[in-house]
Design a protein around this ligand. Structure first.
Ligand code: C2E
Ligand code: CA
Ligand code: CA
Ligand code: CA
Length: 279
């Protein structure tokens, strides 16, 4: 078993082992992060287009390292999803977001909503409706103040099943949004069946909205379609005043993006509520 061919193979095996070790180490790190409380939520404002008022926030998770640096969700959510750890991480995020909103409400900072992102595995977990009800009961926030965001591609993995699950969530009274809209391949027939309230227009269409006629046409058509179906539209990734004005012209309902604010740590989000929105 020690000929040259085998050597080649052994080298390959060794590389595979390193990758697997690395994965195991990261999985252990993620587990530890959860028990040590190393995850934090940042909150990005959602702004009413016509009113220019703060409507609420989207909770976005970060992994805070011991040196204070933050790891972006793109670097750990996929592994959390693969390993199933997303179940516990997602439930933590749901409860934490609800509790933060309730703290603000208790201070008199009312009429705000909180949006929480749902992964594919969370959506398929039969315990999800009970988890949502638990989070609402523990925090005491009214169901209509909580929204959940499901990406279009996750929603369309198994559209019939998605309809069932979303109906259960809708029965609780929470809001439901389709995230990254326009990047998946929704069938309009299913879109009509989904008990949703809102489409979130993906940032890729917003970025060049003033210069790319195709992007502008997609945004205009999506907004018209959504309004026809009785849905509101949130534009993601609004970075400039020109984009905000263009979306205003298309009667886009809500805007979110760096132009108004980056996602903020809890204390800064609270200050944003108090200080108000830029023009
Ligand atoms: P998403 O739900 O589409 O969130 C929007 C992302 O765009 C966020 O990235 C946000 O920080 C970023 N963003 C907001 N405004 C702008 C802008 O004007 N310009 C640009 N360039 N980017 C903007 P983030 O926080 O890194 O999150 C990335 C993704 O990770 C999210 O995409 C979401 O899919 C996922 N994610 C975040 N938090 C959670 C969570 O608690 N649970 C789950 N399952 N997924 C999460
Ligand atoms: Ca989202
Ligand atoms: Ca999105
Ligand atoms: Ca996205």
């Amino acid at each position: 078993a020690k000929n040259a061919g085998r050597n080649g193979y052994r080298f390959f095996d060794a590389a595979m082992t390193v990758a697997a070790d690395e994965r195991l180490r990261m999985e252990a790190d993620l587990r530890r992060a959860l028990t040590n409380g190393e995850f934090v939520l940042h909150y990005q404002p959602k702004i009413g287009t016509a009113s220019r008022r703060l409507l609420g926030f989207e909770a976005l998770i970060r992994w805070q390292q011991r040196d204070g640096s933050l790891v972006a969700p793109a670097r750990f959510i996929p592994l959390a999803e693969e390993t199933g750890l997303i179940g516990a991480i997602g439930e933590w995020a749901l409860n934490t977001a609800c509790q933060t909103l309730q703290r603000w409400r208790a201070e008199g900072l009312r009429n705000l909503s909180m949006s929480v992102n749902l992964s594919a595995r969370q959506l398929r977990n039969p315990a999800l409706p009970a988890q949502v009800q638990g989070a609402l009961a523990r925090s005491g926030i009214p169901p209509e103040r909580l929204e959940m965001e499901i990406t279009e591609s996750v929603a369309m993995e198994d559209p019939a099943r998605t309809v069932e699950i979303l109906r259960e969530l809708k029965a609780i009274g929470i809001g439901l949004s389709i995230d990254d809209f326009g990047t998946g391949y929704s069938s309009l027939a299913y879109l009509k069946l989904l008990p949703i309230d809102c489409l979130k227009l993906d940032r890729t269409f917003v970025t060049d909205i003033e210069t790319d006629p195709n992007d502008a046409a997609i945004c205009a058509a999506t907004i018209r379609l959504a309004h026809t179906l009785g849905l509101s539209v949130v534009a993601e990734g609004v970075e400039t005043v020109e984009q905000a004005r263009y979306l205003d012209g298309l009667a886009c309902d809500v805007m979110q993006g760096y132009y108004f604010s980056r996602p903020l740590p809890e204390a800064a989000a609270r200050a944003f509520i108090i200080n108000g929105v830029r023009g």
